[in-house]
Design a protein around this ligand. Structure first.
Ligand code: GTP
Ligand code: MG
Length: 332
């Protein structure tokens, strides 16, 4: 299994500016030429750029120092030092940049190709040619380069998906994801099969494309760290709509729904205000339509669907519900 890393601390160091040069023209028959020391180059900046090819932060190294190149020192004959190369660190969209010292979110990379200058390179120093004046024709000094900015950053990924699947372990979330998207998550008949968030893409073949996140199962007390805890809920914090997945063969469906809602609410009360549907899954295991209806009525809610992810029953209804939630979102 690939490692999924959603938080990472790194150090960054922009390049130092090159020093200006102290130099004098040397030509035949001119014993003492004028100053011709060039300026130092600028230090390279450190950029953090969002790139969808990265899915999490596991390509970065914890506590590693990422540094941009220093500017080159100025040279004689008024030649300026070369600027240091910038350094670009790529992260997936959805990555927040937090100042480790102040705990402040300094930038949120949301869109693809968002670009943030996280540390600015130092200015290059002026060469002695710059300092020539009528009273000082031969300055024997130059300016040093300025240091580059240095920071300790914490990167925190909150996946950006349109829809989040939330449910108890084993309710069939990953099976649903594999049914309606291109994703092929691990599916198995035991709880906590999903240990890392999975992202899938729903292509409606009419230009509409949605992303959907399947996160590890939630259990009662998840907000206290039970099960896999709530850390994965950060990956549905930014979804536009939520699908609650409930195993229809379960004991008390109303209680199941309430439990999920309560856990979400404890994490962030905004989550339960989002457009949502309740999906009762595994109806293939229930005998007869009347019994399915009876169970559906237990929830006393309108926005309930009954499906079988394994057989594909009512997947069209699920997709229509997703369209509907997304349209609501666009209208608001
Ligand atoms: N009979 C039946 N079984 C299903 C259906 N959907 C999923 N299952 C089975 O239920 C089990 C759990 O499915 P998963 O998709 O792994 O469930 P999950 O909610 O992702 O589970 P976690 O990742 O552990 O939270 C697997 O054995 C699936 O084959 C369904 O519609 N009918
Ligand atoms: Mg799963």
């Amino acid at each position: 299994m690939s490692k999924f890393t959603d938080t990472m601390t790194i150090r960054i160091h922009a390049g130092k500016g090159g020093s200006g040069s102290v130099s004098f023209r040397r030509e035949k028959y001119i014993p003492k030429g004028g100053p011709d020391g060039g300026d130092g180059g600028r230090g390279g900046d450190v950029y953090i750029v969002s790139d969808r090819r990265y899915y999490n932060l596991s390509h970065l190294f914890k506590d590693r120092l990422y540094r941009a190149e220093n500017g080159q020192t100025g040279m004689g004959e008024n030649r300026h030092g070369r600027d240091g190369k910038h350094l670009t660190i790529f992260v997936p969209p959805g990555t927040q940049i937090i100042d480790e010292e102040t705990d402040e979110i300094i930038y949120d990379l949301i869109e693809e190709d968002d670009r943030f200058m996280a540390a600015e390179g130092g200015r290059g120093g002026k060469g002695n040619a710059f300092f020539k004046t009528s009273t000082n024709q031969t300055p024997r000094f130059s300016q040093p380069g300025m240091p580059g900015e240095e920071k300790i950053l914490r990167l925190n990924l909150k996946l950006i998906a349109d829809i989040g699947l939330v449910g108890l372990p084993n309710s069939g979330k990953s099976t649903i994801l594999s049914r309606i998207t291109n994703a092929r998550p691990k599916i198995a008949d035991y709880p906590f099969t999903t240990l890392i968030p999975n992202l899938g893409v729903i292509d409606r073949n009419d230009g509409r494309i949605y992303t959907i996140a399947d996160i590890p199962g939630i259990i009662e007390g998840a907000h206290k760290g039970h099960g896999l805890g709530l850390s994965f809920l950060q990956h549905i914090e930014r979804v536009k709509a939520i699908i609650y997945v409930i195993d229809v063969t379960g004991y008390d469906l109303g209680f199941n729904y309430k439990l999920l809602k309560d856990e979400l609410k404890t994490y962030n009360k905004e989550l339960i205000k989002k457009p949502h549907y309740i999906v009762l899954n595994k109806i293939d295991l229930i005998d007869g339509d009347d019994e399915i209806k009876r169970r559906k009525s237990e929830l006393k809610k309108k926005n309930v669907l009954t499906i079988s992810a394994i057989n594909g029953t009512n997947m069209d209804k699920l997709l229509a519900a997703i369209d509907c939630m997304m349209e609501k979102q666009d209208a608001s």
